[in-house]
Design a protein around this ligand. Sequence first.
Ligand SMILES: Cc1ncc(COP(=O)(O)O)c(C=O)c1O
Length: 404
Amino acid sequence: MSAVQLTYEDCKRILAQERLPRAFVNLDAFDSNARKMFSILEGTGKTMRIASKSLRCADLLGRAFELGGAAAKGVMSFTVEEADFLVRRGFDDILVAYPTARAKDFEILCGLAARGADVSIVCDSEENARALSAAGRAAGVVIQLVVEVDMSLRPAGGAAHLGVRRSTVRTGADALRVARAAEKAGGAAVIGIMGYEAQIAGMADENPFSRALNPARKLIREMSKPDVRRRRESVVSFLRKNGVDLRIVNGGGTGSLDFTSRDDSCTETTAGSGFYCPHLFSYYSNLDLTPAAFFALQASRFPARRMVACNGGGYVASGEAGEDRLPLPWLPKGARLTKLEGAGEVQTPVELPHGVSISPGDPVIFRHAKAGELTERFNELLLISDKDAVGYVPTYRGEGFCFL
Ligand SMILES: Cc1ncc(COP(=O)(O)O)c(C=O)c1O
């Protein structure tokens, strides 16, 4: 166990006077993860755009920027409303990475542009580009667009699709059509592209919950690399040749920092989840991060020998349904969920290993499977530094925001 990691005895002492459940962040681990991730970028000339959806806490987003210094540049935001909130909080250079077709969002985007905020939004269709451009023109502003290029691996002539299902823009010509549609009404302009290679960045290849699939995952990740590199480069050079000025060429995520930061066509790479290192991010062969975000439940019942039932805990993660989306009992070491109940809405039974005893009211410590989703269950995060509590910070939810 690394020196910055908390033991069960540390957690028990720190949480002794806390109400449970309680979410907490070990800042020493958070900082160590940040240093590791920024060090991957060293010498590449690339900057990191921090994915706010994976933190959902303005204070910790600020801390990530402080730790990154010049290597941290820009936020990858997940909604227009969130971008507006972040600008009010003093954040700058915000890319909303998911498209919108809602008039209310267009209004917010126009307001941001009118205030001179550097906010851009992902767009992947001519229709959406035209609508945004018309809204921008009506408001007398230019909305900045970033075209999302599909980076999935599509072997067998496209019969298989390995990656996320998001954009239909795959070639330079597809992207140029979106750029031209934006230009036509004059209220929007393409300033960049985003190519998210999810089948590398978001696919853990040492997943203990489905070991049999790991060799296939490794293969997909390796096969994707030359394909992603070649296609991203081809889209970028085609757009530049056709006079589209690309300020942002974004790619990647925590799981592909090493690969994406060495892709010459990118100007930047995204990362967010690695700061908290939820348990799904402990299963990548190319990452060595330290668990930093946790939640503690109270052991309130003792239904069998070597078993406790905790209050709450059913904080299941999004994505492909499976056992790996459940929270992971972390401390005391060796604690496990039961197969039949999993993590429950109000009660979560946990099996304890031999020799571990827990008293009524003691905490059981868990890790969420994903990063930002944990914060949607808690109003605040208890911060721990040097193995002691040092304060609380509000989550987005704690500030009264539920953006998505
Ligand atoms: C567009 C985009 N880029 C990057 C990421 C990766 O973020 P993280 O580093 O939190 O895994 C995601 C995650 O879903 C994403 O949707």
